[in-house]
Design a protein around this ligand. Structure first.
Ligand SMILES: [Zn+2]
Length: 227
């Protein structure tokens, strides 16, 4: 494959372009009609908010085609509260677009096991660092500070029980913050929008759904069905 002269080659770019070649052969050419439809616009019915972690790609986990889900990914799958402070509110912009323009019917927050962001929220190891040195992450995950104390009191700051509790609490915080957006609250109240929480476990590939009444996460396909 010949790269344009000014594009520096690298093994990483090679790997990306190899994947792109497979995509063109296997996904683009055979599905040209679908892509032609998508050129007219997108009508996803679901928005997924997930972590940026390279292991938890929603379109892979839910096995969807292009155009099916509108995705935002960031550190720890967080939704910030409705804020009008100066700054660039990327998640809020995407949320606004999904809810008000695309009119998605459901929003799923998907946390995951072994989440580095949740772990850092627990240990507070980035506390006090400068922006660019960990400070942006520290500030972002400070959204979890108010749920940290009871978790630390029960499980400490390290180990899977503490981490799992924080991963699950993070999903609940994001759902809570989603409901601080007036448009989300109104559409949920009118039945036009459903909010869901879930956690995907990297270790066994099991997706668990949150029952908001009990606060429990249970396997989405039922016990033992996710083998
Ligand atoms: Zn994560």
């Amino acid at each position: 494959m010949a790269l344009p002269m000014s594009v520096a080659p690298s093994p990483e770019l090679d790997a990306l372009l190899e994947g792109y070649r497979r995509f063109r052969e296997n996904r683009w050419h055979p599905e040209r009609d679908r892509w032609a439809d998508l050129r007219e616009g997108q009508e996803p019915r679901v928005m997924v908010i997930a972590c940026s972690d390279s292991r938890v790609d929603p379109s892979q986990i839910f096995d969807v085609d292009p155009g099916e889900i509108f995705v935002v990914r960031n550190v720890a799958a967080m939704v910030p509260p409705f804020e009008t402070t100066p700054g660039h509110h990327g998640v809020s912009a995407a949320l606004e677009f999904a809810v008000q323009v695309l009119k998605v019917r459901e929003i799923m927050v998907m946390g995951h096991g072994m989440c580095g962001g949740c772990k850092a929220a627990l240990t507070q190891e980035l506390h006090g660092t400068e922006p660019g040195q960990g400070g942006f992450i520290a500030n972002w995950i400070s959204m979890l500070d108010h749920v940290r104390d009871p978790i630390v009191a029960e499980f400490g700051t390290t180990g899977r029980p503490a981490e799992r509790a924080m991963e699950q609490a993070g999903v609940k915080v994001s759902l809570e913050n989603l409901r601080t957006f007036p448009c989300v609250r109104a559409k949920e109240a009118s039945g036009d929008l459903v909010l869901r929480g879930s956690v995907f476990a990297i270790s066994d590939g099991v997706l668990r759904l949150l029952d908001e009444e009990t606060g429990e996460f249970t396997p989405a396909l039922g016990d033992g069905a996710d083998v």
